[in-house]
Design a protein around this ligand. Structure first.
Ligand code: DGL
Length: 249
């Protein structure tokens, strides 16, 4: 079997990271796990996020992946250390890559789930790269459910984005610190014209050592409803090709 990377997320949003990986490494074989039965992680406690993330990583290790990427910002924020300790393959998170995308900027905004923002991890990483930068963070919990409902343009999402990023006026750079937000980048951009948006998945893909291994991708989900293909393809920005299966962790 071809070498491959395991990518996991709390649900389907992590497919925005797969999209970026595939742009850079079109032949990279991917085994994806979306913990759709337990999404969202962003409203949960650190202990639960860590437990879930380790279970996801162990599942992927059982699938014989050679590397693991934690696509979920929330899991990256809390469970990177735990994941690295739990598996024997190298692992990557997305927070430090998102922070690197702010290089040179003095007014930085970060949006993400309550848990990600509450962790303070983006601030920690930004300060390493941009000491002295002004950082504003905001939990934007309204956005995930709207995006999941396919509300990616129109009045409703514009209103929710407006309310969510009201404190970000003046930011030069805004980190989209949640897997779902790249899908609504045009709505955010419309309300913050001139801002540089940073997609942590894109930043990771730029530096990450992928391989054009070839071979069929595999997608595993802890729950699958009638809508999952439509929602998955919205995040992926294309067809979901390869095997898709429901599993239990
Ligand atoms: N994948 C999560 C993240 O990037 C968003 C959805 C959730 O709350 O689980 O933080």
């Amino acid at each position: 079997m071809n070498r491959c990377v395991g990518v996991f997320d709390s649900g389907l949003g992590g497919l925005t990271v797969v999209k970026e990986l595939k742009k850079k490494w079109p032949g990279q074989r991917i085994i994806y796990l979306g913990d759709t039965a337990r999404v969202p992680y962003g409203t949960r406690s650190p202990e639960v996020i860590k437990k879930f993330a380790v279970e996801c990583a162990r599942f992927l290790e059982g699938k014989k992946v050679d590397k693991i990427i934690i696509a979920c910002n929330t899991a990256s924020a809390y469970a990177f250390g735990e994941v690295r300790a739990a598996v024997s393959v190298p692992a990557w998170e997305v927070i430090s890559y998102g922070a690197k995308g702010t290089r040179g900027s003095k007014k930085i905004g970060v949006i993400g789930t309550r848990a990600t923002i509450g962790s303070g991890r983006y601030e920690e990483e930004i300060k390493k790269i941009n000491p002295g930068a002004e950082i504003k963070s905001a939990a934007t919990p309204l956005l995930v459910p709207l995006v999941e409902e396919g509300e990616t343009s129109g009045d409703l999402i514009e209103m929710a984005v407006g309310k969510s990023i009201a404190g970000m006026a003046g930011a030069e750079t805004l980190i989209l610190g949640c897997t779902h937000y790249p899908v609504i980048a045009p709505v955010i951009k419309k309300q913050l014209p001139g801002v540089k948006l940073v997609n942590p998945g894109e930043e990771l893909a730029r530096e990450w050592p992928g391989e054009n291994t070839g071979g069929e991708d595999e997608y595993y989900f802890t729950d699958m409803t009638d809508r999952y293909v439509r929602v998955a393809e919205m995040f992926l920005g294309g067809k979901l090709t390869g095997k898709a299966e429901r599993i239990q962790l």
